[in-house]
Write a protein that binds this ligand. Structure first.
Ligand SMILES: NC(=O)c1ccc[n+]([C@@H]2O[C@H](COP(=O)([O-])OP(=O)(O)OC[C@H]3O[C@@H](n4cnc5c(N)ncnc54)[C@H](O)[C@@H]3O)[C@@H](O)[C@H]2O)c1
Length: 458
């Protein structure tokens, strides 16, 4: 089928989208073994994905769009090093990605742009019928989430949420154990983004980490150019998906279960100001900046089947890295305390541990319950970003497209997870008032089956 006749068929096929959305995509123009891939944004995260794509023989990187010359140059250097053909470059300002989408007949595009661009970039790609791999963040409004869902359904074009932490080795081993019933019935989960970002939110404008107290489009570098501004203007759970994604997968959210409502509370904001004063001096102009985002924002979420999920956003104070996962059921409990190694957690099963009321270290039991996907691909993942999990999330995107399988984390998951940000802001602004979480599947969650990590293929 050529692209034109496919587009007509796609329109018909999406008529059933309201019933079983993720299975109803008419987006089937692939049929080839090699995907034509483009990149919207080639900043530091876009470059991680680019490196992984350049290693694959089933992918051709045909075009890159990014208005910042130094980021584009770094991306092109990666292509040169990999010995691949130079992709077309779209670097004529912030809207040149539109020209790329129009001209390049892409099968798929990676979107790794600042959060405030995700809506525009996602919508433009979906409207062009280009499948989207969307980096994580949080929405600016609930409407943004609906817009992505509507566009995906209307165009019959799929979008995958690139939530890499769902693929962390310890997280996947726990998922494997949850599915074997080892934790009994799940009751409560916790997670968060507990990562000292002060050295990312401020820098010297020349390098990304740990030096200087500058931020903003002119004086910052990489994330300090745009991310810090969200902390100046917004008070909420700014980065929900790393903590929520793994819990949502384990609790079958949007697939037999769903998030119903939340409440959020925020502490005072002191960490960023303290950092600026200590690093840059009390006379530095940024010492006058008032930050809206509380240093520790906690959000409690209720699920349709009675579970609760506690999310913590904690990125403005000194602290060691720990996403703070906890999975608790009637028969077992897991709690991680480190950065994701198999030995970085506590675990307890009262039956097998003879009611000792003492934690065991996770190493042995997680190793014995390695997820089949990790068991198969650990060698391929070695060296990939974030302890290997970046390999898996990108691998899933490519393999699902080639096989025309539904993505393990789709547009409904992205919309649900992204919506936590504006809803938490609203809750905090209203004195922690409960906020309803929309059902982006429009009722299909009842019948949708789990798809994440069901096999050792992707
Ligand atoms: N999953 C993870 O582990 C992880 C890690 C880091 C970042 N991220 C996410 O990745 C995204 C990007 O973060 P980053 O660290 O690469 O930031 P970055 O600042 O290094 O890169 C952003 C890039 O977007 C480009 N850009 C801005 N406007 C654009 C436009 N209109 N068209 C095309 N390009 C545009 C910028 O020029 C820049 O090169 C964010 O959503 C962030 O939350 C995820």
């Amino acid at each position: 089928m050529n692209r034109r006749s496919f587009l007509r068929t796609a329109g018909l096929a999406t008529a059933g989208a309201a019933l079983l959305p993720s299975l109803a995509y008419g987006w089937t123009d692939l049929g080839r073994d090699r995907l034509r891939i483009g990149f919207i944004a080639t900043g530091l995260r876009g470059q991680n994905h680019l490196e992984l794509m350049l290693q694959r023989s089933d992918v051709e990187v045909v075009a890159l769009a990014d208005p910042q010359a130094h980021m584009m140059e770094q991306a092109l250097e990666l292509v040169r090093k990999a010995g691949k053909t130079r992709p077309k470059v779209y670097a004529e300002g912030p809207h040149d990605y539109l020209r790329m989408l129009e001209r390049e007949r892409l099968d798929a595009v990676f979107v790794s742009s600042p959060w405030e661009w995700h809506r525009a970039h996602g919508l433009a790609a979906l409207e062009a019928k280009v499948a989207v791999a969307m980096e994580v963040g949080g929405a600016l409004s609930v409407q943004e989430c609906w817009d992505l869902v509507d566009a995906s359904e209307r165009t019959g074009t799929p979008l995958m949420a690139l939530e890499n932490v769902c693929y962390r080795r310890d997280v996947m081993a726990v998922l494997h154990m949850v599915r074997q019933g080892m934790f009994g019935e799940l009751v409560h989960g916790q997670g968060g983004y507990q990562h000292d970002l002060r050295g990312v939110l401020f820098n010297d404008g020349k390098s990304p980490y740990g030096k200087g107290v500058e931020f903003g489009a002119e004086k910052g570098y990489s994330e300090s150019q745009w991310r810090t501004d969200h902390y100046v203007k917004r008070n909420g759970e700014l980065y929900p998906t790393h903590g929520l994604g793994p819990m949502a997968v384990m609790m079958d959210i949007n697939r037999g279960n769903r998030l119903t409502h939340l409440t959020s509370m925020s502490s005072k904001a002191r960490g960023l100001h303290d950092y600026v004063v200590r690093q840059g001096g009390a006379d530095h102009p940024n010492a006058q900046v008032e930050f809206a985002c509380g240093d520790v924002v906690t959000t409690t979420i209720a699920c349709a089947h009675g579970e609760t999920i506690l999310l913590t956003h904690d990125t403005s104070l000194q602290r060691p890295y720990n996403l703070g996962f906890r999975v608790q059921g009637t028969r077992g409990i897991w709690q991680d305390f480190g950065w994701g190694g198999l030995d970085q957690g506590h675990i307890y099963f009262e039956d097998s541990m003879k009611h000792s009321h003492r934690w065991a270290n996770t190493q042995e039991i997680l190793a014995a319950n390695d997820h089949p996907l990790w068991a198969r691909y650990a060698a391929s993942a070695a060296g990939a970003g974030h302890g290997g999990m970046d390999f898996f999330v990108d691998h899933a995107f490519v393999e699902c497209l080639k096989r025309r399988e539904p993505f393990p984390m789709d547009v409904y998951d992205l919309a649900t997870w992204y919506s936590i940000t504006p809803l938490s802001e609203k809750s905090i602004a209203e004195g922690s008032a409960p906020q309803q979480i929309p059902d982006f599947t429009r009722g299909a969650w009842v019948a949708r089956a789990p798809v994440f990590g069901l096999n050792d293929q992707y």
